[in-house]
Design a protein around this ligand. Structure first.
Ligand SMILES: Cc1cc2nc3c(=O)[nH]c(=O)nc-3n(C[C@H](O)[C@H](O)[C@H](O)COP(=O)(O)OP(=O)(O)OC[C@H]3O[C@@H](n4cnc5c(N)ncnc54)[C@H](O)[C@@H]3O)c2cc1C
Length: 460
């Protein structure tokens, strides 16, 4: 394995990941194949389901029915199997009580259809898989950045890489490219995602520069999928340019469903309550990027601050608090205070107060007569103290990739013929995600298409 990063920064976006994983399950028995659950935990929890039908529906709905049916079918139908396989490789999974459940009538009710996460998050996942690789005798060369594919005729027979200041060639029977998208490359972001995307912050690894995509396209690989699309979320306004492994995913701000998102003009600009954050967060980062100054404040009142996710409590964040709306208006840096107060007054008057608030389901407590509406979890912003968090757009990964044969992960050329000796996996696989993404699918897809490509390469 050739890894561009030094060992202490290795592991890519996988290491930055929060570690939630979305797979199909229809019973507690399915969950018990993935994790240990005590009788008490089972008795006290309502895990819900994520049946293959629900998973298909979510993927098709969120991608506006563009997801490649063959890739999607493989992902959904083998998602439970890949979790069991990862467990067999030493990855430990645990119920996600902290972020995906709430106490309702004495029972833990899970929401968002993803009750399981990796113990230790993405870092725990990479640590366990590094250990499994070492045990299998796989050698990793760090600080070794692959630059070019080597071909003999059409067949890919190796790579050229720069390793510790010199150029070296590595010959192999097959090459699996698993080096991420172009999310960390501002020039490629502006070129493919559009003007302004060079201004986004990068949530994860700075090493995913689009190298693998570029070198494959250079030898005639077929581009596939949503090249102008990406996964991007609300992210602390003052977070560093790239991800910081000591902070992980903690700069993210996914509890906007309980508050208001306000731009520099003092206006709302999305339906904060359109769905659970799992189904909107990956596209709302892009909406923040479109706002003047590329920022938005997330505003909450005292009724909901207890519901905010744990990352809202970390010390390194851009937060203000106030004991009145007028005081808050003066503290929201960059925001027109008069327009903000008007927006709040109009919003408060539009809430359907006759519908009860219930945060573990889509409660239908929306607004009437304002644009954009808030479709669920709408409550008047009227109870001090108020809190607000400044966010910008944090890009996670890009959706455009290469076209593969789903059966073995082999890369196809522009005439749709397999390129001998070339395979790819993870973010580099194009065609799964368009416009949006259900949370927890990246790691499952990375593992599944990684296994496909590994097996394909071994057989080739
Ligand atoms: C902050 C954050 C939180 C996330 N949370 C979740 C989550 O909870 N659940 C989920 O499912 N997904 C999550 N994701 C998405 C998930 O991490 C990715 O979808 C997944 O890790 C992609 O895996 P990959 O193997 O394709 O790429 P990566 O894990 O990024 O691996 C790519 C590797 O290639 C190396 N590389 C790059 N270029 C070269 C080169 N030229 N030569 C050699 N090596 C190179 C990189 O250094 C890196 O090690 C999150 C992502 C981020 C950034």
């Amino acid at each position: 394995m050739l890894e561009a990063a030094a060992e202490e920064e290795s592991g890519g976006n996988s290491r930055f990941a929060g570690g939630v994983m979305r797979f199909a399950y229809s019973s507690v028995q399915d969950l018990k194949r993935v994790t240990e659950l005590t009788d008490a935990e089972i008795a006290q929890s309502d895990f819900g389901t994520n049946t293959t039908e629900e998973y298909f529906d979510d993927l098709f709905r969120l991608t506006s029915f563009r997801t490649d049916p063959a890739l999607c079918e493989l992902l959904v139908t083998q998602s439970l199997d890949i979790m069991v396989w990862l467990r067999g490789k030493g990855v430990k999974f645990v119920p996600n009580f902290g972020r995906q459940s709430a106490l309702v009538n004495g029972k833990r009710r899970f929401f968002g259809r993803l009750p399981i996460e990796v113990s230790g998050g993405g870092a725990g996942l990479v640590q366990a898989l590094d250990k499994a690789a070492a045990a299998a005798g796989i050698k990793v060369l760090y600080s070794t950045r692959v630059k070019r594919l080597i071909q003999d005729g059409d067949r890919v027979v190796g790579v050229q890489a720069s390793t510790n200041g010199r150029t070296a060639e590595f010959r192999a029977k097959a090459v699996v490219l698993a080096c991420g998208g172009f999310e960390a490359n501002p020039e490629m972001r502006a070129r493919y995602l559009g003007p302004g995307w060079e201004l986004a912050k990068v949530r994860g690894s700075r090493y995913n520069q689009g190298d693998g995509l570029r070198m494959a396209l250079d030898i005639g690989a077929a581009p596939y999928g949503n090249w102008s699309g990406c996964h991007a979320t609300g992210w602390d306004l003052n977070a560093p340019e790239f991800g910081d492994l000591t902070v992980g995913d903690q700069f993210q701000k996914h509890s906007y469903i309980f508050g208001l998102l306000i731009n520099a003009n003092g206006k709302r600009f999305v339906d904060e309550g359109a769905d659970f954050h799992s189904f909107t967060y990956a596209k709302y980062g892009g909406e923040v990027l479109k706002q003047p100054g590329q920022f938005a404040w997330q505003v909450f009142d005292a009724k909901v601050t207890r519901l905010l996710r744990p990352e809202y409590r970390m010390r390194m964040m851009t937060k203000v608090a106030a004991s009145s709306l007028e005081e808050l208006a003066g503290k929201l840096e960059g925001v027109n205070p008069t327009a903000f107060l008007q927006t709040v007054r109009a919003f408060n008057a539009a809430v359907r107060t006759e519908v009860p608030f219930e945060h573990t389901i889509k409660d239908g407590r929306g607004t009437v007569g304002i644009e954009p509406p808030k479709s669920n979890w709408a409550q008047a912003l009227d109870t001090a103290p108020y809190e607000a968090y400044a966010t910008t757009c944090g890009i996670t990964f890009t959706f455009g990739g290469l076209r593969i044969d789903p059966a073995n992960g082999q890369v196809l050329d522009v005439t749709l013929k397999p390129i001998p000796g070339l395979f790819c996996a993870g973010e580099m696989v194009g065609g799964l995600f368009y416009f949006n993404y259900p949370s927890g699918t990246g790691l499952v897809s990375g593992a599944l298409f990684g296994r496909q490509a590994g097996r394909g390469a071994a057989r080739s």
